[in-house]
Design a protein around this ligand. Structure first.
Ligand SMILES: C[S@@+](CC[C@H](N)C(=O)[O-])C[C@H]1O[C@@H](n2cnc3c(N)ncnc32)[C@H](O)[C@@H]1O
Length: 227
């Protein structure tokens, strides 16, 4: 694959580190989170990927489509996309540990891993635009206008014309914290406003995700198409 590969063992080198303390703390926070729990105990671990996969199917992309899983963690959505035949995947995350777990499970033949911060992107600025951007449970951690502005600016630049975006975030009935961090909850109207008029809402639905603990977490799922 053509994009520069930021090796997940490079954490701490210039391509993967930041001089800003906030970034370092967040990377550490997420690394520790992934180190201390087996994957299937994580509060966002999914056994039923249907909500996302149904939206991917709606986009009706070629198997050669370029797909970014933003804030992928170690999600088994990646395994499922590979099993479905997609072979131009990028998985980004602030946590090198999460991506290392993913790499150990699926290898690196059909996927590029990028350790990067979606609110202070460096490597992500260099990727070629994608046909589909998938974010489940990541955007809602960006609570300042500045963080959200950087995220949506990046998204806008890195999604092709006629490309698609799946955003699945805590909805207005959702929890106010996740993984010990405050979250910003969304309705589909709020997401549309953030995406701007260039993106048309194709589909949306509420979904009650059930955590491994049995607790419920209400999400809003949206599929947008860029005009
Ligand atoms: C709740 S988990 C969801 C993981 C995955 N999307 C899923 O559905 O299983 C949130 C993910 O966002 C990542 N993350 C948090 N802040 C980030 C940031 N500023 N830039 C990139 N990734 C971030 C975390 O490391 C974590 O993997």
């Amino acid at each position: 694959m053509s994009e520069e590969f930021c090796d997940i063992n490079d954490k701490g080198k210039s391509c993967c580190s930041s001089s800003e303390k906030k970034d370092i703390d967040l990377a550490e926070h997420w690394d520790k989170t992934y180190l201390k729990s087996p994957e299937e105990k994580l509060g966002w671990y999914e056994t039923d990927l249907a909500p996302t996969l149904n939206l991917v199917a709606k986009a009706n992309l070629k198997k050669s489509a370029k797909i970014l899983i933003a804030g992928a963690g170690s999600t088994n959505l990646v395994d499922s996309l590979i099993d479905s035949g997609y072979d131009q995947l990028l998985a980004s995350d602030i946590s090198a540990v999460a991506l290392k777990n993913l790499e150990s499970r699926i290898g690196h033949e059909k996927i590029v891993f990028l350790v990067d911060d979606l609110t202070k992107p460096s490597h992500l600025l260099d990727i070629n635009p994608v046909d589909l951007w998938i974010d489940r449970a990541v955007l809602h951690f960006f609570i300042t206008n500045e963080e959200q502005g950087v995220y949506f600016d990046l998204l806008n630049k890195k999604v092709k014309s006629q490309g698609y975006v799946i955003l699945a975030e805590f909805n207005l009935n959702g929890a106010t914290k996740c993984s010990g961090l405050p979250v910003h909850r969304y309705s589909k109207e709020m997401l549309q406003e953030k995406m701007g008029p260039e993106f048309k809402l194709v589909e949306s639905f509420d979904y009650n995700y059930v955590m491994p603990s049995g607790e419920q977490r209400p999400y809003i799922y949206t599929l947008f198409k860029k005009q």
